[in-house]
Structure formats: C-alpha cells, structure tokens
Design a protein around this ligand. Structure first.
Ligand code: PEP
Ligand code: MN
Length: 452
C-alpha cells in the first residue's frame, strides 16, 4: 500500500487512487448496487464545465498574487431536506452581502465560492456513535446515510449518491438562474435583504456600504455613458470536500479539445484535514485533475508535510492550482503557522493562502453540544492577517461555515449569544455555523482589520 512519494504523473488515472489507502470511506453492504449507481452517474451530464473550472483557476492565481480575495462559505454539511428555495436563496444572499462588504472595504475583486451544490459527505472522528448504551455507525453525510439514530438510517445506501447528484444539480440550477436573472446585480442589492436583520446592530454600516457602491457604480456609468455590466456582474463557483472518492471518480472526465482530466461535479474540490495524508488516496486522486484544489492544513502538520503536498499536488507550480486553507485554532495559530508560511514562501511555490477560522475552534459545552465562540473565530482570523503580514505572504481568502438562517449554533457576536441560546435554533447536523448576522459581522471585521 505504501506508494512512492513522487510517482510518475503519467501513472495517474481516475482510478489510480484505489491503489492507495482511502480513509473515511463508507462501507456499502452491497458492492454491486454501488457499482450500478456509479455506472449511471458516470454517464450523466456534468454539473460544471471545464471553462468555468479554468476561469476559477485563473481567479485563484490572481488571488494568490494578492489581486483578489476569495470568500468561500456555506454549510458544514448540506442536507437533502435543506434543498429548498428559501434556504438556498438566503445562503446566497448572505454570501453576496458579505462579498459586497469585502469589495467595498478591501477595494479588491472578490471571488465567491459556495460550500454548496455537493457538500454532502462528512469525515467523522469515530466510525461509531454511542447514545444511551446503543452503538451505531456514525452519520457520514446525506450522500451516505441519514442522521436519525436508528440502525436502518445509518446503513450506507448507494441510491443516496443519485439523490445527492440531483440535489446538487437543482441547487446549482437555481443559483445560476438567480444570478443570470439579475438577482446578484450590484445595482439591486435590495433584492438581498434578509428580513430579520433589519434592526441588527450592523445594519447601518452595511447600508452605508451598499449606498456607497451604488453611488460609485452610477458615477462610473455616467462617465462611461453605459451600464458597466463587467463590474456589476457577479460569478459564483461551487466547492465541496472531495471525500467520497467513488462519487468524485464518476464525474472525472476528459472534455473535447482540452488536455487532462476534470472533476465536473464541482469547480473546487478540497481535501480535508483527516484525508490529507501524502500517501493517501485523496491526495492521489486530486493530483491528477485540472481543477483548483484546496487542502486543509491543521495543527501538527509540519513543514515537510506541507511542502510534500505542494510537490505532489502541483509539481509544475501552476499558479492558482492549490489553495492551502489553514485551520489551526486561535490558541495555536501563532506558533503553528509561521514556520509553514516561511517555508512555503522560501520554496518559491505559488499558493493561494486561505484561513478557515472555524475548524480549529470547535468545542463542546454542557450536554455535549458542539459550538464555536465568535471571539475565537475572530481572533484566529485577526492573527492570520498579522502573521501573513509578518511573513510577507498574502492572506487571499477566508473559508467559513455559515447559513442565511437565524440559527443559534455559534456563541457570541453582536447579539452576544450564550450557552442557553444554543437550544433555541440549533439545526446543523454536523458543525455549528455562523448565522446571518454573525457572518456579516465577520466580513466587517475583516474589512476593519485591513483598514487599521
Ligand atoms: C469541514 O470543512 O467541514 C471539515 C471537516 O474541516 P477539516 O477537514 O478542516 O477538519
Ligand atoms: Mn465542518
């Protein structure tokens, strides 16, 4: 099973990952039923195109070079039940509002990447879950099994792959329709209003920024005597953790007149912290596709590991190909990150640096409820900006778990949610997300930080 560290890239194929150890995979009871579903999937139309993928890679190259900022956000785990117009629209709205704040405050183009239209597979710290003396297989995301704590719900069901693919297509179709129909046009940010935030403490600052952008657009259009659609048009890209490798493989295709292979079920697959082993199947799979690829970098991953990932995933040092998403935790980022920043900087490799201030700051409170404190999330992001500045590197993006709903999953923020608030609207099936207000507040903090 132990593969060489620098295998001949000509030996990569969409199935070469099967020669490596694949951790965090579902154990299907019926291999034939799984294969039949994968065969169906491999003949379905793709969800995204190679042109879009290459456009995102180009935008990542710009962000790596300091010219853009990437906002990546969405649910920890999408659920089939949440594939509804309201939830999709609200998530799109909060991402649009955050990006507007970032564009205005950072004076940079913002690249928007949703954690949606395919974020259905979850890595778990344990294969089993015990409640009240009963032990069952863990929930691994709606693409594999169901969260209900019953034996039947937890059996991996290959039909769920088809449902996940269909819901991803529906989500993406709706997002594309909204955007093409003018919903995301910067001339009409009033379409993005989320009712419940009207009286939020941050509403005034947000409105000021919206008005300022509207004024600038109108001013430029007066000068140009035409509508500046290039400036006011908004793109959206998709991303998900490339965890379920048979599913990813089924969407890995060649396209006419383009070299190489593309993963056509998302623009940007990423490798999670638990599957970032240099000799593991996930790194093997991701090294062969043209898509820009993210990798989570966590505490304990040393310089040799990170440089090894870059060598393996991007041996030709193609700009925009790899985003390193560090997720250290507010307590340890100051000791863990600088050696990595310095080593990558000195290696001369092109990297898009992003900060995920969520996953190093998860904690459990009474009753085992998982939460995150807004102050820790904010502190990690603040420190990340400072540490990059000190190393002479550019922090080119933020990776966040958020929702457009009024949930109470993370504590703190402008309304200072407390432990007792958590019970009120705790809906996530996996990790706690920033609610709409907390997400917008974080975007403003990023901007304030850069202005200070
Ligand atoms: C996630 O992004 O939901 C996740 C599990 O992150 P990580 O791999 O960084 O722990
Ligand atoms: Mn998560």
């Amino acid at each position: 099973m132990n593969a060489p560290l620098t295998p001949d890239s000509s030996q990569w194929s969409p199935t070469s990952w099967t020669d490596y150890q694949a951790v965090q995979q579902a154990q299907y009871p019926d291999a034939e039923a799984l294969q039949a579903v994968l065969d169906q999937l491999s003949h379905m139309p793709p969800l995204v195109t190679s042109w879009e993928i290459m456009a995102l890679r180009k935008q990542f190259a710009d962000a790596a070079a300091g010219r853009k900022f990437v906002l990546q956000g969405g649910d920890c785990a999408e659920s089939f039940a949440d594939c509804t117009p309201d939830i999709i629209t609200n998530r799109l709205k909060v991402l649009l509002q955050m990006s507007l704040v970032l564009v205005h405050g950072l004076k940079k183009r913002v690249v928007r990447v949703g954690r949606f239209a395919g974020q259905y597979a979850k890595p778990r710290s344990s294969d089993l879950e015990t409640r009240d003396g009963v032990t069952l297989p863990s929930y691994r995301g709606d693409i594999i099994n169901a969260p209900d704590f019953t034996e039947a719900a937890r059996v991996p069901d290959p039909q769920r792959l088809l449902t996940a693919h269909a819901r991803s297509a529906m989500t993406l179709n709706f997002v594309r329709g909204l955007i093409d129909g003018g919903f995301a046009d910067l001339h009409h940010p009033e379409y993005w209003d989320l009712q419940w935030v009207e009286h939020a403490p941050l509403a005034k600052e947000y409105q000021r920024r919206v008005d300022a952008i509207g004024d600038s657009l109108r001013f430029m259009e007066t000068l140009a005597e035409q509508s500046i659609s290039e400036l006011s048009r908004v793109d959206f890209f998709t991303s998900h953790e490339a965890l379920h490798l048979p599913y990813e493989q089924a969407s890995t295709r060649r396209v006419p007149r383009q070299p190489g292979w593309y993963n056509l079920c998302t623009h940007m697959p990423w490798i999670g912290k638990r599957t970032a082993d240099l000799n593991g199947a996930h790194v093997e799979y991701c090294r062969g596709i043209q898509n820009p690829v993210g990798v989570k970098i966590g505490p304990g991953m040393d310089v040799a590991w990170v440089l090894g990932l870059l060598e393996r995933l991007n041996p030709d040092n193609i700009p925009g190909k790899v985003a390193l998403i560090h997720r250290m935790g507010a307590e340890v980022i100051a000791s863990e990150l600088p050696p990595i920043l310095e080593a990558v900087r000195d290696s001369g490799r092109s990297v898009l640096w992003m900060c995920d201030p969520m996953h190093g700051n998860t904690e459990s409170v009474a009753g085992g409820v998982k939460t995150r404190r807004f102050d820790n999330i904010r502190s990690e992001l603040d420190q990340a900006f400072d540490l990059h500045a000190a190393a002479g590197t550019y922090l080119g993006g933020a990776h966040l778990e958020l929702t457009g709903e009024n949930v109470t999953e993370c504590m703190g923020g402008a309304r200072d949610l407390t432990e007792t608030d958590l019970a009120r609207a705790y809906h996530t099936t996996v990790d706690p997300r920033l609610n709409y207000e907390q997400a917008l507040e974080l975007a403003m903090l990023i901007v304030h930080k850069q202005a200070s």
